[in-house]
Write a protein that binds this ligand. Structure first.
Ligand SMILES: NC(=O)c1ccc[n+]([C@@H]2O[C@H](COP(=O)([O-])OP(=O)(O)OC[C@H]3O[C@@H](n4cnc5c(N)ncnc54)[C@H](OP(=O)(O)O)[C@@H]3O)[C@@H](O)[C@H]2O)c1
Length: 244
C-alpha cells in the first residue's frame, strides 16, 4: 500500500519502521519539515515529504500527532484527497499535556472531535497500546497471547483497511464499533494500554463504564507520576490495576 504519515514521534516511528519493512511505500512528515527526517528516512527507507505530499497519491494516511494539534493542521489539507483514502488517527487526550479541548472536557468523544477537526471520516486505532509495545510487542497471527487493538470507525471499508494494517503490525484487530462508541477505548477504560488478548479486549470494551473514565485516568496519572522511572511492563500493570 501507499501510506502517508503525519507525525514521526513515538507512535509514528514504530509503525513507519514496520510498514516500510513489510514492503509498503511509506511517506513521512512532521511539523519541522523534511530536513528533520533524514535519519528516520535512512533507518527505514521511508520518504520525507511535506504535509501536503503526505496525503497525496496514497491509500492510507496515518495521523500520529497530539490530539490538540489536529485543529492546527492546514484547513484544506484533505480537500483534494479522494473519499476512499483511509484516514487512521492514533490520538488520546490528556488534558495535563494537550491543549485543553472544552468540547471533550464537556464529554464529547475524542475520536468524534478529531473527525470533525479533519472534516473527514476517520479510523481510531493503535490507541489502546503504549508506543513502546507498538514497536516491539507484535506477534504473528495465531500466536498465544497476541495483543488485540480496538478499531473504531463509522466507515466499514476504512475499518477493514485499518484492520489489515493492525494485523500486519502484529496485533489482532478488534471491531470496536463506531466513533461514537470509541470512548470505550479511551484513557481510563479497561481496554486502555492493558495489553489484552482479543477475548479479553472484547470483554473489557463491553464492561467499560463511561462515568468512571475521568476518575480512573486521573488515578492512573497520579500513580504514574509517583514513579520517576516506570517501565513499559509497569505501565501495563498499573493500567490493569486501575482501569477495572
Ligand atoms: N506514546 C504512546 O505511548 C501513545 C500510544 C498510543 C497513542 N498515542 C497517541 O498518539 C499520538 C502521537 O503520540 P506520540 O507519543 O507519537 O507523540 P510524540 O512522540 O510527541 O510525536 C508527535 C509527532 O507529532 C508531530 N506533530 C505535532 N504537531 C504537528 C503538526 N501541527 N503538524 C504535523 N506534525 C505535528 C511531531 O512533529 P515534530 O517532531 O516535528 O514536532 C511529532 O512527530 C498522540 O495523540 C498520543 O496521545 C501515544
Amino acid at each position: 500500500m501507499e501510506i502517508g504519515f503525519i507525525g514521526t514521534g513515538h507512535v509514528g516511528t514504530g509503525l513507519i519502521g514496520k510498514f516500510a519493512q513489510l514492503g509498503h511505500s511509506v511517506k513521512i512528515s512532521n511539523s519541522r519539515g523534511v530536513q528533520s527526517l533524514t535519519a528516520l528516512s535512512s533507518e527505514t527507507g521511508a520518504t520525507p515529504v511535506s504535509l501536503s505530499d503526505a496525503v497525496r497519491e496514497v491509500e492510507v494516511v496515518v495521523i500520529a500527532i497530539p490530539l490538540s494539534a489536529m485543529s492546527m493542521l492546514p484547513k484544506r489539507l484533505f480537500a483534494d484527497v479522494p473519499d476512499d483514502v483511509t484516514i487512521i488517527e492514533t490520538s488520546n487526550y490528556f488534558s495535563y499535556r494537550d491543549r485543553r479541548v472544552p468540547e471533550i472536557d464537556a464529554g464529547k468523544v475524542e475520536a468524534v472531535w478529531v473527525s470533525e477537526q479533519l472534516g473527514r471520516p476517520t479510523v481510531k486505532t493503535f490507541t489502546n497500546i503504549i508506543a513502546h509495545h507498538i514497536a516491539d510487542a507484535g506477534l504473528p497471527k495465531g500466536a498465544p497471547g497476541r495483543i488485540a487493538l480496538a478499531v473504531s470507525s463509522n466507515d466499514e471499508k476504512a475499518k477493514r483497511t485499518a484492520s489489515v494494517l493492525v494485523d500486519e503490525a502484529g496485533f489482532d484487530p478488534f471491531d470496536a464499533g463506531s466513533l461514537e462508541d470509541s470512548w470505550r477505548q479511551q484513557p481510563g477504560s479497561p481496554a486502555y494500554c492493558t495489553d489484552l488478548t482479543i477475548q479479553e479486549l472484547s470483554a473489557a470494551l463491553a464492561r467499560a463504564e463511561r462515568a468512571n473514565l475521568p476518575g480512573n485516568r486521573d488515578e492512573f496519572l497520579r500513580r504514574y507520576f509517583e514513579n520517576t522511572s516506570i517501565s513499559a511492563k509497569q505501565i501495563v500493570e498499573l493500567g490493569r490495576a486501575v482501569f477495572k
